[in-house]
Design a binder for this molecule. Structure first.
Ligand code: ZN
Ligand code: ZN
Length: 409
């Protein structure tokens, strides 16, 4: 594998498909030390495409960990207002968000969960104003991942650091189609397929979905006017961009108050520097009324107690079990990848684009329509080779969508 050549192709894919960069655009670039080689390649190509400014927002695992371990307790209850002002100022100045994510799935494993949860809450509340720009696609935004030694070792514990890094790079290049001759063309074809599923599902205008599998027997009503989305999103200027690379999902919003039954997660969830395993939920009238996890239950409890909307669903996404990511057979311990290997749902906020009037409705109208609101949005995986998903139309007729985890439409 020629890493340098693949980095160039990855950078081109991120700029042309991920952000769909236009002359005069600016980029707010989130990265850490592992992202520097890719970021430098992105910068050279971005300026050649007509970008005016790139503002790097740097973070570092060791700095983050030091703060969680050593900062005074009061530090976790306050969020400097200028962080939010800065980000909003950038969004209002034609800056678009690019996150190069090199997570360490277990960075905060030994940290006091109370600190994690307080900080999560403080940042979510303070960040709500700027999260809207992303949730409503007011700016173009894209997340792409790259390996860190810690992440690579978590995915390939049997390998040495160097070999694990190479394997993870190769896996990322494979599932992002960067290892194909023309990744941009491959994504154009892939996008058409996702859009075909989107149109088909929108055509049915299902009343509800039924999920059936081991530990799962769930009825999920969909709001009147819900809209399935797959592949790219659209900015206010009408520019199509790809929020997630990779993406294999078609997704919509569930009715926040009309979900009933049981749901079992099929993969661990890596979140807030911790792993939550063996999650099970019981829903009544849209809300989680009972839950359990075999590991990380206190983190799950914190998520569910974030606010009223955190106990309800804001997203339901269909992904075939034979997608390129599931075919790797890897557990990436990174939601960006794992959620694209499996059908998933999200606790928390719904995306405005998933409702025909999502961007126009008042908060009251949204509630009336069944659109969930929360300061959080946490995806977890519920798909697999034993999951069946059936769509039910208004007249009661049933349309099998996924059988044994695979598309049948
Ligand atoms: Zn999703
Ligand atoms: Zn999601």
């Amino acid at each position: 594998m020629d890493l340098q050549q693949n980095l160039r192709k990855y950078a081109e894919l991120i700029l042309k498909v991920g952000l769909n960069i236009q002359p005069g655009d600016n980029i707010l670039l989130r990265l850490d030390e592992h992202g520097l080689p890719l970021a430098r390649e992105i910068a050279r190509q971005a300026y050649a495409l007509g970008v005016h400014q790139i503002y790097p927002v740097f973070s570092d695992d060791a700095l983050t960990l030091a703060r969680f371990e050593l900062a005074p307790d009061a530090a976790f209850d306050e969020y400097p207002a200028f962080f939010t002002d800065f980000t909003e100022g950038a969004y209002l100045s034609n800056f678009h968000l690019l996150s190069l994510s090199a997570t360490n799935p277990e960075l905060l494993k030994e940290v006091d969960p109370g600190r994690i949860s307080r900080w999560q809450k403080v940042t979510s509340i303070a960040g709500e104003r700027v999260m809207k720009y992303v949730m409503e696609n007011r700016v173009k935004w894209s997340i792409a991942a790259l390996p860190s030694p810690a992440w690579a070792k978590a995915v390939f514990p049997q390998l040495g650091e160097q070999a694990a890094m190479e394997r993870l790079w190769a896996s990322i290049f494979h599932v992002t189609r960067v290892d194909q001759d023309d990744p941009v063309a491959a994504w154009t074809a892939h996008e058409q397929q996702l859009r075909a599923h989107e149109e088909l599902l929108n055509g049915y205008a299902f009343d509800k979905l039924l999920f059936e599998g081991p530990g799962t027997d769930l009825e999920v009503y969909l709001p009147e006017g819900h809209r399935w989305m797959g592949g790219s999103s659209v900015s206010p200027k009408g520019e199509r961009f790809m929020p997630n690379i990779p993406t294999e999902e078609v997704f919509t919003m569930p009715h926040a108050y009309r979900v009933n039954g049981t749901l079992a997660a099929t993969m661990p969830l890596s979140t807030r520097g911790r792993l939550i395993e063996g999650m099970r939920f019981t829903f009544r009238d849209g809300a989680v009324v009972d839950y359990a996890a075999t590991a990380g239950q206190e983190i799950l409890k914190d998520i569910l107690e974030t606010d009223e909307g955190a106990r309800r669903l804001g997203e339901v996404a269909l992904v075939a079990h034979d997608s390129p990511i599931s075919q790797t057979g890897l557990l990436f311990k990174n939601t960006l990848f794992d959620e694209n290997a499996s059908c998933h749902v999200a606790l928390g906020s719904a995306y405005a684009e998933n409702h025909v009037r999502g961007k126009e409705m008042s908060p009251d109208e949204k509630k009336q329509a069944g659109m969930n609101h929360s300061i959080t949005h946490v995806d977890f995986m519920v798909g697999g080779p034993s999951l069946n998903v059936t769509g039910v139309q208004k007249d009661g007729s049933r349309v099998p969508l996924l059988v044994n985890g695979r598309w049948v439409i």
